[in-house]
Design a protein around this ligand. Sequence first.
Ligand code: ADP
Ligand code: MG
Length: 252
Amino acid sequence: MLKLDKINFKIEDRKILDDFSLDVEDGKIHVIMGPNGVGKSTLSNIIMGNDNYKDYTGTITFNGEKIDGLSVDERSRKGIFLAMQNPIAIEGITNSEFLRNALTSRDSKNFSLFNFIKDVEKSVDDLKMDRSMIHKNINQGASGGERKKNEVLQIKILKPSFIILDELDSGLDVDSLKIVCQNIVEYKEQNPNTSILMITHYPRILKYIHPDYVHMMKDGKIVKTGDYSLALQIEKYGYSDTNDINEEENYE
Ligand code: ADP
Ligand code: MG
């Protein structure tokens, strides 16, 4: 579904991504773990087409089509969604207006206000959010956890086919994390072809959302790929070279 081929990106002469390549197949869940500042959010922004990150080299292919040069909204229309690490509040537009505009700008002919309202109310209930948020400005006065839930609400309504979750677990208490993950898992069951790129520091979230692959990112690229056990290894030993760790273990 999404193929990153040799992405290079610099910020002020500092190399952030260095020949970063990754192939996410239809319906698969890939996890990226890596130390703070390694470039995980930068990667998310590059995939989403954020204007501040457009000066990369390399190729991004989405469903067989090169999308380099496309804007955020064009990529969004194709089905790419980024749940941001730190969602901001936006004044002057309510959640309901935002979701409605996003849907009608994509497909105004088949938009049904009745179904839209039903869908939003159900999704808000599923996420155990307060229905009053529907008519409030986006994230205004919302806590970190409420903002994360709002990102998942957007997923449920906009129905993307490629979802990037940038530290979805940060800012969520244990109960909210469970609710949010249940909603993602349910979405994935209903839309099995959806692919997910999940950025996290903690294996905790992977107990709910089971990954197909776990990648460790270091020095601007993926340096190791494994499964859930790699996430556990990283939690235990940190981001030091896990090959060394294996050898040490053999001595015990
Ligand atoms: P991560 O998400 O892995 O913690 P980031 O992708 O947020 O890391 O950041 C990678 C590096 O790039 C950091 O050193 C960060 O300070 C820097 N960086 C990211 N975005 C910007 C920006 N817009 N302006 C300046 N520096 C940035
Ligand atoms: Mg980040």
